[in-house]
Each structure stands twice: as C-alpha cells, then as structure tokens.
Design a protein around this ligand. Structure first.
Ligand code: 13P
Ligand code: SF4
Length: 303
C-alpha cells in the first residue's frame, strides 16, 4: 500500500468514527480538494458550516474561515489541521484600529469583509464576502458606509453601488495585489479568444482588463456558463485545479506565481493527524462570539 493509500484509508475510518465533515476552500492543495466533502468560497463554506449535522467540522482553509464556521455552529467541534494558516489581510485590522478609524465617522455603519478576526467582527454591523459584498452594502439604509479591511474590494463595491459613499480602510490581499498588469496583458495577447475572470480583491487596473469579476465559486459557475472555451483565471492559482476537474472540456490559464502560502499549509498528513488526535480546535470567547455571530448571521439572513 502506498503512503497516500494508507492515509486515505485512515482518513475514511476517522471521518466515520468522528462523524466529521471536511470543508475546504477552493485554493487548497489538490490532495485536500480531492477528499473534501464540500469545496467552496467563503460564503458557501459558511452556509455549509451552519447547515451540517456532523459532530466535527474539519476546516481546511485559513483561520478566519474556521472561526466563521465556529460562530455559525457553536455546538460543534471545529478543527483546523494547520491552525497557523492565517490571512495577512485579516491581520491588517485590529478591534482597536477599527475603533480609531471609525471615530472620524460617527454613526456610519461598518461592513466587514469576512476576512477579519472574530474580534473585529464583534465590532461591526454586518459581514460580507466577495460573493455578496454589493448586495450587503445595498441592504443598508445609510448613504455612507465604512468598508473594512480590503480597499480594493471596497473600490469594486463602490462601482457597483454608486448611490452610496464607501469609506475605505487601507487593507489589501498581498497575493492579489502582486498580480502584475503586464503579466495579464501578455496572457491576453497569447490567448486572444479567452474570457478573463478576476477576483474582486485585485486592484482596479487588473479588474479593468476582466470580462467578469467573481468570488472563487462564482468563477467556477462562470466557467460553466460562458461560451468561451478558454478562460484566463485571475486569482490564487489553486482554483485552476478545481476548474480543470469540473470543466475538462475547457482550457484554463492561471498565473502560476499567484500563490497564497497560507492556503498551502494544510496537507493530507496534517488532516489525518488532526482527526486522529483531535487537535487544532477553534475556540472563541463567548463575549466576542455572541457579538461577532450577529454580524455574520445578518449577512446569512440576506440569502
Ligand atoms: P472567496 O470567498 O471568493 O473564495 O475568497 C476568499 C479569499 O480569501 C480570496 O482571497
Ligand atoms: Fe487572505 Fe489573500 Fe490568502 Fe485570501 S488569498 S486568504 S485574502 S492572503
């Protein structure tokens, strides 16, 4: 039996024994994507976490995603195979930093991208993901809205919701801002028939070159709907594995240098060890969780 076969049969035994569900983000390594019960974007994973009847949620992604799962399923055990996998963008804002920032805008509601810690979520009015950010901002009655922490997602939302003033916090995703316009331009020249789909964490000069702007799962849907046979995928390159698996009839061009190292920290051996030893448990102090949960649940309630 190969090492991998041994790990896979151990995983099969443990997930039954623990009554565990494995949730994985679309950027995860192929070996994790292949064993996930559900693969998705932040919004889809949150919905799965809220709906599951498993006893244990094993979350393969980054820390804020596992925290969101715990907020929505407080009675379940939520484990991360690699709890050190964080999101540098989420770490760009703290509760204190947010309080200081919003002090200049008294009475203005705060929308937090789900890429924030539970402690920051506890301070805001409502959360959003890349899949629903314009809808969340539109749902607020106010003319002015503070959007944290991603300035580029905020820019894109401002274009979709021109009737509101969006006050931007200066955070960003280091992975998406590293995408160079010249690389995308060259890919477009090499594949002139290809449609271009980009993630809204990209800066405006990149989004201006895209035919569509979508969340990661939105990109999978786009690949199924577009008549284009070739698609340039402007986001973390791990998504290309899922796209090729689900749409073998199409050709995808990712940008190989666009890698989120945190998303690659979770491996099959770590996943098996986590379920065996029940390590990497996510806990959130109740006085933070009760407030943070409201912000996430308000988002989920919008549908
Ligand atoms: P999605 O919710 O679109 O999957 O994005 C999450 C993320 O962190 C992208 O960098
Ligand atoms: Fe965070 Fe960017 Fe990695 Fe997404 S790709 S988890 S926003 S650092």
């Amino acid at each position: 039996m190969s090492d991998n076969e041994g790990l896979l049969s151990e995983l099969a035994r443990l997930r039954r024994q623990r009554n565990a569900v494995i949730l994985a983000h679309n950027y995860q390594l192929p070996e994790i994507q292949d064993v996930a019960d559900f693969l998705g974007d932040s919004l889809g994973l949150s919905r799965q976490a809220a709906a599951t009847d498993a006893d244990v949620i094993v979350f393969c992604g980054v820390h804020f995603m596992a925290e969101t799962a715990k907020l929505l399923s407080p009675g379940k055990t939520v484990l991360m195979p690699e709890p050190r996998a964080g999101c540098p963008m989420a770490d760009m804002i703290t509760p204190q930093g947010l309080r200081e920032f919003r002090a200049d805008y008294p009475g203005v509601p705060v929308v937090a991208y789900v890429n924030t810690t539970a402690a920051v979520k506890a301070e805001v009015d409502i959360c959003c993901t890349s899949a629903n950010a314009p809808a969340v901002v539109r749902s607020l009655p106010d003319e002015r809205v503070i959007f944290v922490p991603d300035q580029y997602l905020a820019d894109w939302v401002a274009k979709q919701v021109p009737e509101k003033e969006i006050i931007r916090y200066p955070g960003f995703c280091p992975t998406h801002i590293a995408i160079r316009p010249e690389d995308l331009r060259r890919l477009k020249e090499e594949h002139p028939q290809a449609a271009v789909v980009a993630h809204p964490e990209c800066p405006p000069d990149i989004l201006a070159m895209a035919d569509a702007v979508r969340s990661t799962s939105g990109m999978v849907k786009f690949a199924g709907e577009t008549e284009a046979r070739e698609i340039i995928v402007v986001t973390e390159v791990g998504l290309v594995y899922r796209l090729e698996k689900e749409h073998p009839e199409k050709t995808f061009y990712g940008i190989g240098t666009v890698i989120c190292q945190n998303m690659k920290m979770t491996t099959l051996p770590k996943l098996v060890a986590c379920l065996l030893e029940m390590t990497g448990e996510i806990t959130i102090p109740e006085e933070i969780a009760s407030r943070a949960r409201q912000a996430v649940e308000r988002m989920i309630a919008l549908g």
